[in-house]
Ligand binder design. Structure first.
Ligand code: FAD
Ligand code: UDP
Length: 367
């Protein structure tokens, strides 16, 4: 018998939920991560008494009461509602696109006036069957919003023309004809009180975890430790890039501490013009209504990804999805390896989705 039932590669949400549930059922788990901390991309670092989202703003939202109750069983969540602003050429607009935005853009005051304005722009564009992100965006919100609030941000974020990007990316954003600045439509939303580490520490409590360990430095030795491997890293790396490398988008974060209580008055301000090199500025204390004397802000610069960098966003275009399918075919033939999470499934998963997916997966394998 091997030392462990499961070797879990990656201490992000997928790995942590899997490990928690398997341990609860009496399985012996070892979790390893190549970063020096647990939590994957939801990890927070405390600076000046503020929980800094080290890998970008993370706002938990879900419609699924089971998932909401699940995360709240580890840590209480606050009432934070994400209401980002967009700064375009020095003017501020509310997001997501709603009656406040339409008033700021066109001074329209009723839903009918706003709908008519958008309708006119959509008709003038002549787009009937949107094939890419640009066409999808214009056919949803018209050309003014597209040019001021979408095009610049999107092309910076993805490093590609909006005409070369899949339409589904923009469908994430709500469009509303009410004065409601809530970025999400979901029923439940919030930030863990005390930060995300409380969630991942709770999930991994009592489980053997080793950080600063790269599975690939000794793949064979680590694989031999356990009956089954749960792999949440890059699927193409697992197969030695034999069909080629999947592409990702990476980010560079510039963290700054300012000697003032309040820098921008909001947790997230997006910069939607092409000429500003960052996409957003986060002010972390506002996620938890902090009143600390100092403040920490983070500028998020999108950048091209290459091996060795953190891979934040899968590029789910046709070329990459086809390549991913080749790796997935190999993965499906594995008997003792489970692939899960954003990197191994090459999917633009939100936190609630990754937790849901881990719960379904662990249930299936423990049945
Ligand atoms: P990860 O968190 O990436 O964890 C995988 C872990 O595996 C990493 O810690 C990595 O170091 C480790 N690993 C990889 N390879 C190896 C190896 N060879 N050996 C050892 N360890 C390895 N979701 C929301 O719901 N709301 C948001 O507001 C939100 N904002 C986001 C903002 C940004 C900038 C990004 C990038 C994502 C955001 N997300 C958000 C998505 C959220 O981060 C993910 O859904 C979630 O963190 C995915 O968890 P995971 O376990 O799949 O992956
Ligand atoms: N987006 C945009 N303008 C904005 C915010 C978002 O055009 O001010 C587009 C952009 O293409 C982005 C997508 O909407 O990639 C999804 O936005 P979201 O805020 O969900 O991105 P994430 O938090 O995943 O980075």
């Amino acid at each position: 018998m091997k030392q462990y039932d499961f070797l879990i590669v990656g201490a992000g949400l997928f790995g942590a939920v899997f490990a928690h549930e398997a341990t609860k059922k009496g399985k012996r788990c070892l979790v390893i991560d190549r970063r020096e901390h647990i939590g994957g991309n939801v990890f927070c670092e405390e600076v000046e008494g503020i929980n800094v989202h080290k890998y970008g703003a993370h706002i938990f939202h879900t419609n699924d009461k089971t998932i909401w109750d699940y995360v709240n069983s580890f840590v209480e969540f606050n009432r934070y509602t994400n209401s980002p602003l967009a700064n375009f050429e020095g003017e501020l607009y509310n997001l997501p696109f709603n009656m406040n935005t339409f008033y700021q853009l066109w001074k329209v005051k009723t839903p009918e006036e706003a709908q008519a304005k958008i309708q006119e722009q959509v008709e003038n564009s002549g787009i009937t069957n949107p094939q890419n992100l640009e066409e999808q965006a214009i056919s949803l919100v018209g050309t003014d919003i597209y040019h001021k609030l979408i095009k610049g941000y999107t092309e910076k974020q993805w490093g590609r023309k909006a005409t070369e990007l899949p339409a589904f990316i923009i469908k994430r954003l709500p469009l509303r004809f009410t004065f409601d600045n809530n970025y999400f439509n979901d029923k439940y939303q919030g930030i863990p009180i005390g930060g995300y580490n409380k969630l991942t520490e709770g999930l991994l409590s009592g489980i053997e975890v080793k950080t600063s360990i790269d599975f690939f430095e000794n793949k064979k030795q680590y694989s031999d430790l356990a009956e089954t491997i749960v792999f949440t890293g890059h699927i193409d790396e697992y197969y030695n890039y034999q069909f080629g490398k999947l592409e990702y988008r990476s980010l560079r974060f510039e963290h700054e501490t300012h000697d003032k209580e309040n820098y921008q008055g909001n947790a997230v301000v997006n910069y939607t013009e092409a000429d500003v090199p960052y996409t957003r500025i986060l002010e972390h204390k506002h996620f938890e209504f902090g009143r600390q004397p100092k403040t920490v802000v983070t500028k998020e610069y999108p950048c091209e990804w290459s091996s060795g960098m953190e891979a934040y966003y899968p590029i789910n275009d046709e070329k990459n999805n086809d390549l991913f399918k080749k790796y997935r075919d190999l993965a499906e033939k594995e008997e003792n390896v489970i692939f899960g999470g954003r990197l191994a499934e090459y999917k633009y998963y939100d936190m609630h989705q990754v937790i849901g997916s881990a719960l379904v997966t662990v249930k299936k394998y423990l049945a």
